[in-house]
Write a protein that binds this ligand. Structure first.
Ligand code: GRF
Length: 207
């Protein structure tokens, strides 16, 4: 049976496109994207979803007086569509503990090696700090900012003279590879969370 996935995004949507492409290439079974939800009208991801024939649901931040009101509508929309699993792909809004209770295993992709450089600008912060190695983290979402248990990480070297324009595409290329794989593992029930650790569960293994 398919795992019905909602992708939440606010921006360009390159990770969203990578997820759709992975699904269509058969690299994400049993995950099936049923809707893309965006909180920023005008974001490029909206047209990209429509172009790919995926429903784009726009819930503009400014239409809601409170986080509760926004999330109540979001939860209803997700339930209406029978969503089992949520993926954040550049979703620039913090979700409340109540929302996380409704959907406990949400996956996010972050453009740095957490716990280094959490927050809005993982790429810029790594460059500004002068680290020689940064990377990509795919993790579960908890109530903190980019603090949930880590599913996957991959390092990306920062070369001398590197600038955002050269580093960002290299980071994104890794994101586009890691995120669909993590979604597939989660959708297939292959991941177990033990405290802060996420381990791969082998269905052949006897417990
Ligand atoms: C990605 O770098 C992701 O790690 C971060 O937001 C960015 C979204 O990019 N959370 P895109 O909209 O998927 O192109």
């Amino acid at each position: 049976m398919a795992t019905r996935v909602a992708v939440l995004a606010s921006g360009t949507g390159s990770n969203f496109v990578a997820l759709v492409e992975a699904q269509r290439a058969g690299r994400m079974d049993p995950a099936q994207i049923v809707v893309m939800v965006c909180n920023r009208p005008g974001a490029a991801v909206i047209e990209r979803a429509r172009g790919l024939g995926v429903e784009a649901l726009v819930l503009p931040d400014e239409d809601y007086d409170s986080r509760e009101a926004f999330e109540a509508e979001l939860i209803e929309a997700l339930r209406d569509r029978g969503v089992d699993m949520i993926v954040l792909a550049g979703f620039m809004r913090i979700l409340s503990p109540k929302f996380l209770e409704a959907f406990p295993r949400i996956i996010n992709v972050h453009p740095a090696l957490l716990p280094a450089f959490p927050g809005k600008d993982g790429i810029g912060d790594a460059l500004a700090y002068g680290v020689h190695v940064t990377g990509v983290t795919v993790h579960y979402v908890d109530a903190g900012i980019d603090t949930g248990p880590i599913i996957m990480q991959e390092a990306v070297e920062i070369t001398p003279g590197e600038i955002r324009e050269t580093l960002a595409p290299r980071i994104h290329a890794v994101e586009h590879r890691l995120l669909p794989r993590a979604v597939q593992l989660e959708a297939g029930g292959r991941l177990r969370v033990k405290g802060r650790r996420v381990v791969l569960f082998d269905p052949e293994e006897t417990l």
